[in-house]
Design a protein around this ligand. Structure first.
Ligand code: PEP
Ligand code: MN
Length: 336
């Protein structure tokens, strides 16, 4: 059960409500977010909702049978929209395209990609400065100095930055240079990190774990929401299966299912989803056909020289063709 409190609830009204919940043996977990205040009620048995609904100070009350609550569509029917300012929104019915390299490599590379994005009217750039790598000997990112350069060039060109945060200690120092924090697949269930990201007033994109279920992804989002941050989106980036023909198996069915289960925007990452350049465009288009609110993809001017994930990064001309196709496909989906 979710109880949304009136903004001007008095101390007395709150006390009466909490006492009532206690009498009804309903566990109460207060949730205060960047938008509202709620009480998540965990009932221990049957109860009559009217006994609570009539109390003062309550704006709205809903039974939510899912075990994740705040991120459930059963509570909130309308889609959550992430507003990045300057008309850049995610989940508002338009397709959000986030494009950029796997890793930020140099200032020249940032400039080259920013030029490509501006030319193609892409308003969000991806790029890692802290890279989770399977081998400790691989390139692990330029760190905070790389992020500062990344942010500088993007903000000068009206482009928003999405980048991965790997650990709690990075959050604060990254804060001023990030528009969206990305939680990578390997950190999808790093509950300490999720808790901390619940305390920041910046959107968070949570990727599905390498062998994470959809419920686990929704619970991860519930961590961020219940710690105070409503600005969340989810990302399907492929899961590990027995199939070896692709890097991962992009679970397209996750997209309509997540759209059904949650009000949060859902993004598809075909780059990590298949891991092979030539299969990225068809899977990106399939993601949009499946109802994704956005696509996040890897590009590089010279993918063969990329420090990481070159094999799945698109050349600029390929990316340009794909942006056009994605926009056309979105129009098609909207016309159904
Ligand atoms: C990435 O986006 O570069 C990345 C490392 O993704 P994932 O966490 O999905 O592997
Ligand atoms: Mn990558």
């Amino acid at each position: 059960m979710i109880i949304q409190l009136e903004k001007n609830i008095t101390r007395g009204e709150r006390e009466i409500l909490l006492n009532k919940l206690e009498t009804l043996k309903i566990g109460a977990r207060p949730v205060k977010t960047n938008f509202r205040e709620y009480i998540v009620g965990i009932p221990s048995g049957e109860f009559d909702l009217r006994e609570i609904g009539n109390l003062k100070g309550i704006a709205d009350i809903h039974r939510v049978s899912d075990s994740y609550k705040m991120v459930s569509r059963k509570w909130k029917l309308c889609n959550s929209v992430i507003d990045l300012g300057d008309g850049i929104k995610i989940g508002n019915g338009e397709l959000a395209i986030m494009s950029g390299p796997c890793a930020i490599e140099s200032e020249e590379q940032i400039e080259s990609i920013v030029g490509h994005l501006v030319k193609n009217n892409i308003r969000i750039m991806r790029g890692g400065v802290y890279k989770p790598r399977s081998s400790p000997y691989s390139f692990r990112g330029l760190g905070i100095e790389g992020l500062k350069l990344f942010y500088k060039h993007c903000s000068e060109n009206g482009i928003r930055v999405i980048t991965e945060v790997m650990q709690v200690s990075q959050v604060e120092k990254m804060m001023d240079y990030v528009d969206v924090f990305q939680v990578g697949a390997r950190n999808s269930q790093n509950f300490n990190l999720l808790d901390v990201l619940g305390k920041v007033d910046k959107p968070v994109m949570i990727k599905r774990g390498i062998s994470g279920t959809l419920d686990e992804l929704l619970y991860s989002a519930e961590y961020v929401f219940s710690s105070g941050n409503e600005k969340i989106m989810l990302c399907e980036r492929g899961i590990r299966t027995f199939e070896r023909a692709t890097r991962n198996t992009l679970d397209l069915s996750a997209i309509p299912i997540l759209k059904d289960k949650t009000h949060l925007p859902v993004i598809v990452d075909p780059s990590h989803g298949v891991g092979i350049r030539k299969y990225v465009p068809p899977m990106a288009l399939a993601g949009v056909m499946s109802g994704a609110d956005g696509v996040i993809m890897e590009i590089h001017e010279t993918p063969e020289k990329a420090f990481s994930d070159g094999q799945q990064s698109l050349y600029y001309p390929q990316a340009e063709k794909l942006y056009r196709q994605l926009r056309e496909t979105k129009k098609l989906v909207d016309s159904f």
